[in-house]
Design a protein around this ligand. Sequence first.
Ligand SMILES: Nc1ncnc2c1ncn2[C@@H]1O[C@H](COP(=O)(O)OP(=O)(O)OP(=O)(O)O)[C@@H](O)[C@H]1O
Length: 339
Amino acid sequence: MPDEQQERPDSSDEWAVAQPVSTTTAGPAGPAGPAFSVDVAASKRALADVDHTPGVAKPDPILKADNVVRTFGGLTAVDVDHLEVQRGVITALIGPNGAGKTTLFNLLTGFDRPDSGDWSFNGRSLNRAPAYKVARMGMVRTFQLTKVLSKLTVIENMRVGATGQRGESLLAALFAPLWRSQETDNTERADGLLARFLLDKKREDFAGSLSGGQRKLLEMARSLMTEPELVMLDEPMAGVNPALKQSLLGHVKSLREEGRTVLFVEHDMDMVRDISDWVVVMAQGRIVAEGPPDAVMADPAVIDAYLGAHHDTELTFEAEEQILAEAEAEIEQEAHSNE
Ligand SMILES: Nc1ncnc2c1ncn2[C@@H]1O[C@H](COP(=O)(O)OP(=O)(O)OP(=O)(O)O)[C@@H](O)[C@H]1O
């Protein structure tokens, strides 16, 4: 674990008083300096020696999960034996519709409760921690369908994203000047992020007037208000037009450059190939494969799990002949049975 790792207090109140949202670790728009001094290159290199097996241990895991199960009635949505997410890199979580990806995100971030399971962030258990507490510990997520507050302005949405405010504590409320200084910090930080995400011109607009892509940007910007160490993005590219996709890709990469860890769910395979250092594949609630993008996407088991058995690989002449022969035989058999 890097030595700059902050030991954050367990109690949310304690955290609220002791740790205002920092503006000194990474300037959101400002002179780039890593928020968390992770050696990204070393973190990526370390993955080169990791086996390509489901649930494999990572050299420096920021997140670990064990035996996480979530059922809905008779359906097992998530059944993850073991998962580790390497610090400082971008990990993609892929899998067919209904594989359990969003449910796993919900569980890990405290938005849903599992039937069973244990998981930890930076070595500290997160079992049953509510979402706000998970966020304050440094792990935030965005949603597939963005949860920007339509009737609030863009800047108000950003302020809502700032948790850990002194103003939330009854005791600290007695010290109004402190509270006000944090308000100022939050607004400065929010403005910096809005500039970085090219939303500064929309500052006073209602979030409801933004395009789908701009809402995604706002949600990502808002998630950074708490200076998270791990950012979890649920389908960041869904509903985003191609022009904005490039800019979103850049933003995700910049999170890694700041030393943050990124875990994202995505169906857009170009994005997965383009920016992931590691890919985890889920199917029917389980982790079925892991590895670097090229290896995972070339794995026939993954292609079958993801696209179904009939993926569009080039057929050899012999295979094509055989399929034709089988089809003809089937038609003939059908014709005989109807005689
Ligand atoms: N609240 C719920 N009640 C009942 N079933 C649910 C609930 N949430 C999810 N499921 C079911 O759990 C399974 C996993 O769903 P989940 O949304 O996690 O999959 P996913 O991999 O994120 O899919 P997609 O890629 O389509 O978003 C699905 O069969 C889904 O219908």
